[in-house]
Every structure is written in structure tokens, then in C-alpha cells.
Design a protein around this ligand. Sequence first.
Ligand SMILES: *[C@@H]1O[C@H](CO)[C@@H](O)[C@H](O)[C@H]1NC(C)=O
Ligand SMILES: *[C@@H]1O[C@H](CO)[C@@H](O)[C@H](O)[C@H]1NC(C)=O
Ligand SMILES: *[C@@H]1O[C@H](CO)[C@@H](O)[C@H](O)[C@H]1NC(C)=O
Ligand SMILES: *[C@@H]1O[C@H](CO)[C@@H](O)[C@H](O)[C@H]1NC(C)=O
Ligand SMILES: *[C@@H]1O[C@H](CO)[C@@H](O)[C@H](O)[C@H]1NC(C)=O
Ligand SMILES: *[C@@H]1O[C@H](CO)[C@@H](O)[C@H](O)[C@H]1NC(C)=O
Ligand SMILES: *[C@@H]1O[C@H](CO)[C@@H](O)[C@H](O)[C@H]1NC(C)=O
Ligand SMILES: *[C@@H]1O[C@H](CO)[C@@H](O)[C@H](O)[C@H]1NC(C)=O
Ligand SMILES: *[C@@H]1O[C@H](CO)[C@@H](O)[C@H](O)[C@H]1NC(C)=O
Ligand SMILES: *[C@@H]1O[C@H](CO)[C@@H](O)[C@H](O)[C@H]1NC(C)=O
Length: 816
Amino acid sequence: MAVVNFEFLIWVCSVFCLISVSVEFDPPDNYLIDCGSLKNTSVVNRVFMADDLNSRLLSTSQHIFVNTSSNSLSSTFASELYQTARILIGTSHFTFPIKKHARHWIRLYFFPFVHQNYNLSEANFSVSCQNFTLLRSSQLGIGPSIKEFSLNITSDNLVINFTPSADSFAFLNALEIVSVPDELIPGTVGTVDPPGYTQNLLHQALETIFRVNMGNKVVYPQNDTLSRFWVSDKPFLKDLNFVNFVSTADAVNYTSGGPSPEIAPSAVYRTASMLNSEFDPNTKANVTWFFSVDPGFEYLVRFHFCDFLSPNLTPGPLIFNVYINSWSVASNLDLSKQTSGILAAPYYMDVVTRASDNNKLSVSVGHSDVGNVYPNAILNGLEIMKINSSRGSLDASDSDIPHLQLSSKKKIGLIVASAAGALFILLVLSSVLFLKCMRRRKSSRVDINGVKVDDTGSIASASKAGYRFPLAAIQEVTENFSESLIIGIGGFGKVYKGVLKNETLVAVKRGSSYSQQGLAEFRTEIEMLSQFRHRHLVSLIGYCDEQNEMIIVYEFMGNGTLKNHLYGSGLPRLSWKQRLEICIGSARGLHYLHTGSAKAIIHRNVKSANILLDENFMAKVADFGLSKAGPEIDETHVSTAVKGSFGYLDPEYLTRQQLTEKSDVYSFGVVLFEILCGRPVVDPSLPREEVSLVEWAIKWRQMGRLEEIVDPLLAGHIKPESLSKFGETAEKCLVQRGSDRPTMGEVLWNLECTLQLQGGGGGSLNEKPELSLQTDDAKPLESSISTAQFSMGSARDIAGISMSRIFSEMMKAEMR
Ligand SMILES: *[C@@H]1O[C@H](CO)[C@@H](O)[C@H](O)[C@H]1NC(C)=O
Ligand SMILES: *[C@@H]1O[C@H](CO)[C@@H](O)[C@H](O)[C@H]1NC(C)=O
Ligand SMILES: *[C@@H]1O[C@H](CO)[C@@H](O)[C@H](O)[C@H]1NC(C)=O
Ligand SMILES: *[C@@H]1O[C@H](CO)[C@@H](O)[C@H](O)[C@H]1NC(C)=O
Ligand SMILES: *[C@@H]1O[C@H](CO)[C@@H](O)[C@H](O)[C@H]1NC(C)=O
Ligand SMILES: *[C@@H]1O[C@H](CO)[C@@H](O)[C@H](O)[C@H]1NC(C)=O
Ligand SMILES: *[C@@H]1O[C@H](CO)[C@@H](O)[C@H](O)[C@H]1NC(C)=O
Ligand SMILES: *[C@@H]1O[C@H](CO)[C@@H](O)[C@H](O)[C@H]1NC(C)=O
Ligand SMILES: *[C@@H]1O[C@H](CO)[C@@H](O)[C@H](O)[C@H]1NC(C)=O
Ligand SMILES: *[C@@H]1O[C@H](CO)[C@@H](O)[C@H](O)[C@H]1NC(C)=O
């Protein structure tokens, strides 16, 4: 009996030893310094050493210690560390001997307080380590902050440089250099956005920008063997309605095969935010967190999971999807499969993503659509680490976002002396279906919009915001540019249909020309598309500039160009309602371009061939190769090529070379008539007075007989009020003086009104707004429209209420 019990005990012990990881990480390198302090300071269970005047670790010209008695620190973690600081005059270096070559955390504590001799807010300096710029003082806030970096140190010394600007100084409140366990940062990580590739992390510098514990609980350093601070997720949640904060008091099952407590402590795995299970099971939802990030960087995102709910979860099971922005990270994730059926075992996933363009990175967990799974989803923790830019920097000012040149001067190579000359070229250019992208001229040094692009191929470094595909990947996607996959050919390149590893369909445009203009347009296109993301602008997936290629990868648009659906092809024609939806969609896209950023972006090449339709006939504006920030007035007419497409060009721009958003409004007016009449903009085969669509349509409109020239297929299907409003809107877009034309916001409003007058369009009006329409920006042309004009269906019987009020309600609904 006793023997059996003894064996049983050994068995229990071996199982126990297997599932418990007891050895705590003891960092081989561990320097903690309380800068500017004369005494040792203990913070929780660690001691920060007094700052030593004779220290061999620091090389600096003067030793200046300052302190504050600021009482704003009382509730701050480690407030003692912030009370003192060291001032560094002139370039100064900390040099730390390193015992173990590996990743090290560099944690820098800053609190810019005001001292009688030094106002720390006025310090101007940068911090670098091992050729990486870690930060510039302009990024420091006004309160206390800890900046955490991790670098793989492969030399015997770790050197941190503080470099103040000539007339200023640097400061530091405290410093930590601590070894990171090897398992913590993997060597390579797979990507989403787009998925299926890998990023090598061995020699990248990382900055932890968010370390979040889900379940609305802060985890303090004393509860983390690596003294990390985990903030609560609540402030990042988009919508609290769908969330339950859950926790358990039970132990977490750390196993030898799974993550150790170094990956994340049990305090993190024991709490979670979960999709509210009282939520109506028929409605699908996500739990979403939003994080502000610097655009132009890649990010390592780590998801921590621990299912401590099953098998008591009712209704179960726990199977869910995980997303970053709209990219899928995991679908139908079943945690029990990941942990070999062991309950309450931690699990984590790493992915590398690039930042979303609007400075926000969103993370969601939500309903899986497999079988009949009840909507359940959890997340226990999340870490977001910024990866250094191609310039070897982590500072926001050194991102890989191509900075727009907003000055009105530019030095594009192509010089066109006269508008006539330009027109000839444009006539040729305009036949191209998609953007012409051209091969970069070999080993030349060109100057595009004032940005130097040299022969080392730095288009890539300047435009990293889009995903840079290896050429091999593009070849795979297009079956080595198979002729059978060509979906469009223009004078300047071919467009292929392709499929990414995650089965996303893409359009791959490959340039084949050598001109500088091609290079400029290639670059502009990438810059524009990577900065402006909108449901009605065609999205950039990536690009490739290896081996002098100029390849852009876009989302695939199943129904091709709007133009092909209007005339000259055998495709089925669009109904009036479909056409109006397309007008509204493309107007939204253009309105966003004009108003979505501080400086308006002018598309400059609005035409029916540049409006693409997805499989649901949703319109997206494409081809940003000619876009630019505006408005601008060129003093140097000669150096500027008038660009655009023949038949769509704003006459005012042509004669005065004054480029404003209203030039796009003009071109859009041309498109409106093209859509209404279903004929080319210029058709030389027609009688003289009919050659120009614009002149012809305006003449009939002014005679009040527009119905006689509409696309014969639409005849009898357009309500007179709708036609009249549409004609009026198009005509206003086409007036000679740009300043008299409506804004895109007004055009959009009028088109929505046109759709309403046709008695439809719930769909487009209920469309979730991606831009917030400013109400004053989108006012009707007339402040109020008499209800008598309307013939609405009974469901929309709104007699007695002024239309402007209804529309302003709709606008408000849109803005929600
Ligand atoms: C701080 O602590 C270290 C090591 O524990 C000790 O050697 C040193 O004398 C202390 N310094 C002060 C100023 O107390
Ligand atoms: C703050 O500075 C004053 C004068 O420089 C010094 O006497 C005092 O000891 C310092 N306090 C601390 C906590 O270092
Ligand atoms: C310290 O400098 C900041 C930034 O220049 C300034 O806003 C602030 O007023 C200064 N404070 C004092 C007390 O001089
Ligand atoms: C920093 O860059 C210089 C020059 O490029 C190089 O020689 C040196 O090895 C680099 N140092 C580290 C630590 O990478
Ligand atoms: C900081 O120094 C840099 C380089 O000397 C200078 O360009 C920048 O304008 C300075 N910033 C401030 C806020 O003084
Ligand atoms: C650090 O770099 C060395 C040398 O390239 C490499 O062997 C090691 O795996 C790297 N360590 C980490 C944690 O990335
Ligand atoms: C954190 O640590 C403290 C002290 O060690 C302990 O009392 C507390 O229960 C821990 N909290 C969690 C959430 O583990
Ligand atoms: C959850 O978010 C993803 C990504 O944005 C989206 O594709 C999906 O439709 C959402 N699911 C639900 C149920 O709302
Ligand atoms: C840990 O795993 C074992 C084996 O699956 C399970 O019996 C136990 O309940 C788990 N512990 C917790 C706290 O769920
Ligand atoms: C980070 O910097 C290293 C060294 O400068 C560079 O090789 C690497 O490409 C950079 N990372 C990114 C994502 O650009």
C-alpha cells in the first residue's frame, strides 16, 4: 500500500514539475540608475542606484543634478524616480559592459519639470544606441513617461548617446538596462497586411508602445517577473456595450511546451475581455480596441490568450476570429486545439503589420462564422511594438511615410511649353485603362517633386507605407506574368489578375516604360494610396520596385471600369439607380480626397475610365498618378505640364494653369453627363454640334429637354424630378469659373437628393460613413427645397417637413 502511494507521489510530482515552471528569470545584465539622485531608490522590489559622479559608465562634460518637489507626481508609479534628473550638456555617452549578447531592454524615464535654472520642457535632444535613433525630445509629453526599447546587443558594450542640439541640453530621470529572455522576441514573425510573408526581427530595434491587460485591470510590475507594467484595456475599447470583463482566481496552467510566465505573468492571463454573451446570438459582433500609432512604421503585435472559461462556458464553445484592422490574423481560432486540450493554459500569437493610414491600429476579436457557433470571443492581453523604420529610427519624425511636398514649386522633368502640346500627349495617355507605370531609368538621379531619388533605389525607403513585395512573390501571384491573367493593357503597362496566399484577389499593374514621368507617377500613386484609405478609393495592397520593376498591387475590382459599363463594350448596361449609386460613391471618394486631410488633394484625372466597380458595383476612384496637394498657383507656367485627360479638362485650369479642387469638380461634371447619356466625352464621328458631350448636353439641358438625350436604355425610367436635379448638378459642375462651381460635398449632397427623388437609395444613405461629412460642407445648394417638388413613396411620406431638415437628419445619422 505504502509503495503504491509513494509511486503515486512520484507520478504526481513529475506531472506537477512538467506543468509548473518555477525558475525565475535572473537577468545577466541589470543596470538601474536613478539619475540626478544622491540616494538609492527602491521601486517595488528593485533598487535604482544613486547617480554616481565618478561613474565610469557616463562620459559627459559637466555633472548637473536637478530636482523637483512637484506634487503632480503623487499618484504616479515610481514617482520617486521622476523627482530628480541629470542635465547633460553637450554630447554624452553611457557605456554599459554587457555580459550576455542578446536582446536588452533600454527603459528611459522622462519627466520634463521646471527647475529654477533649467526648464526641462525646453530641452532639445535625441537619444541613439547602436546606430538606431531611439527618440527625439519633441516626442516627449508634458507628464512623466517611460520609453521602453529592446535591441539585440551583439558587442561587449552597450552605448547610449544623448545628443543635445547646439544651443540646448538633454536630461534623463532614470535608466534601466536589463537583459531580455531569449524566448521573448522571436527571430522571424509572419505578416498580415498582406498575410503570408515573414519579417526578420533579429536585428531590428523595437519600441513597446502598448502593453495592455484585457479585463479592465492594471498589472503592476510587482506582479510581473520582468517588472513590466500592463495598462488596462478599457480606454482603448471602441464600444463597451459588447464587452464583459471576466477573471478567474485559479492558477494558470503554464506547461513546458507553452509560454512561460516571462511571456506574460499569470495576472495577465487570469483576466480577459470577452464578447458579451448576453448579446443576442443572432447578431454578429466584434470586440474592438483602437490604438494610436505613428504611421509609416511596421508593428509587431502580440496577442495573449488563456481560456479559463471552458468547459463551464455556456453557451460554448469558444471559437472566434482575430483581426488587425480589417486583416484576418486567425479565423475560427480554437484555443483548446492550440494548448493540446489543457485548460487554462496560456497561448500567444505574434504578427507583424504595418500601421493603418489614419494613425489608428485596431484589433478585434469576434464572431466566427463556422457552423452554428455561438458568438464568443476573448482576449487576455496585447502588446504592440514598433519596429524601426528603414532609416534605423523609432522616432515618429523618421517614419517611412513619404512626406508630401506641399510647396507650390516643383521640378518635374517633363516640360511642356504649350497647352496644345500637352493636349496631344494627353490624348495618347488617356487611352490607358489603369495607371501607366513605368520602369525606372537605370542608374539615373532624378528629382521628383523636390524629393531626391537616387540610384540606390530609395523609392522603397521613401514609400515603405505600402507593403513592399519581393519580386518573387509577385511572380508567384501572377504565375510569372502569365498572358492568360492579363485583364487590361495600356500603352504603358499591363494589368494582371492575381491571387495572394490568403486567397485575396488582386490586380497587379506592371510598368514597362523608362520615362521619368512614369517614375514620378509610380511614386505619386504609392504615396497617395498609402496615405488615403477610403471605401470609395481603390486600395493599395503593395508594390514592388526590385530590379527596376514598377509594380503596384491593388485590390481587385471585379467589374472593371465604369466606362466599360457605359458604352463601347458588350457588357450589360447599368440601371439608373445603379448609376446614381456609382455617382454618389465616386463623389464620396473625391470629397474625401478634397477634405480628408489638412491640405486638399486634387486627383487631376477624374474620368469614367478611372472609376472602378467592385463585384457589387460599388464605385472606387482609381489612378492617383497625377494627384497632388493643392490648390496651387504656378508662377512658372512653363515648367508645369498641364495634365489630365482630354475632354475632361477644366477650361480654367487649361487657360490659367490654376489648379484647385474645382478642376476635379469640372471633370466629375463631365462624368455625370457621360453616365446620363451613355456616350463618349468626345466623339468625332458625330455631327459637329454633338462632338463634344459637354456642349451638347448643356445646350439640351438649357432648353429643358434633357430627357431627349439620355441613354436610350434609361428612357422612361428616370423620374423627371430626379433627372432635373441631376442635370442641374452636372451643369453647375461645368460652369466656366471654378469659384462658381459647387464643392464635392455639395455635389454629393445633390446626388443623394437625386437618388431620393428617384425614390430609392436607402442603401447608399445608410452606408456607414468613413468620412465625417461636415454639415456646413455638405449643405444643399438651396437652403430649403419645397416639398411639393417631391413624389416620394408612401413609406417615405414626409409631407410637411422641409427636405433640408430631412437631409440634415440623414447627415447626422451618417456622422454617427
Ligand atoms: C546603494 O546601494 C549599493 C548596493 O546596494 C551600495 O553599494 C551603495 O553604497 C548605496 N548607495 C547609497 C548612496 O546609499
Ligand atoms: C534637491 O536639490 C537641492 C539643492 O540642489 C538639494 O539640497 C537637495 O538635497 C536635493 N534633493 C534631493 C532629494 O536630491
Ligand atoms: C517651460 O518651457 C515650456 C516650453 O517651452 C513653456 O511652455 C513653459 O511656459 C516654460 N515654463 C516656465 C516656468 O518657464
Ligand atoms: C554603426 O554603423 C557603422 C557605420 O555604418 C558600423 O561600422 C558599425 O559597426 C555600426 N555599429 C553597430 C553597433 O551596429
Ligand atoms: C531642436 O534642434 C534641432 C536641431 O538643432 C532644430 O532643428 C529644432 O528646430 C530644435 N527644436 C526646437 C523646438 O527648438
Ligand atoms: C542577436 O543577434 C545574434 C547575431 O546575429 C543572433 O544570433 C541572435 O539570435 C540574436 N538574438 C535575438 C534575441 O534576436
Ligand atoms: C500582485 O502582487 C501582490 C503582492 O505580491 C499580491 O498581493 C497580489 O495578489 C498580486 N495580484 C495579482 C493580480 O496577482
Ligand atoms: C469584425 O471585424 C472584421 C474586420 O474589420 C470584419 O471583417 C468582420 O465583418 C467583423 N465581424 C462582425 C461580426 O462584425
Ligand atoms: C490545468 O490543466 C489540467 C489538465 O487539463 C486541468 O485538469 C486543470 O483543471 C487545469 N487547471 C485549471 C486552473 O483550469
Ligand atoms: C531597421 O534598421 C535596420 C538597420 O538599420 C534595417 O536593416 C532594417 O531594415 C530596419 N527595419 C525596417 C523595418 O525598415
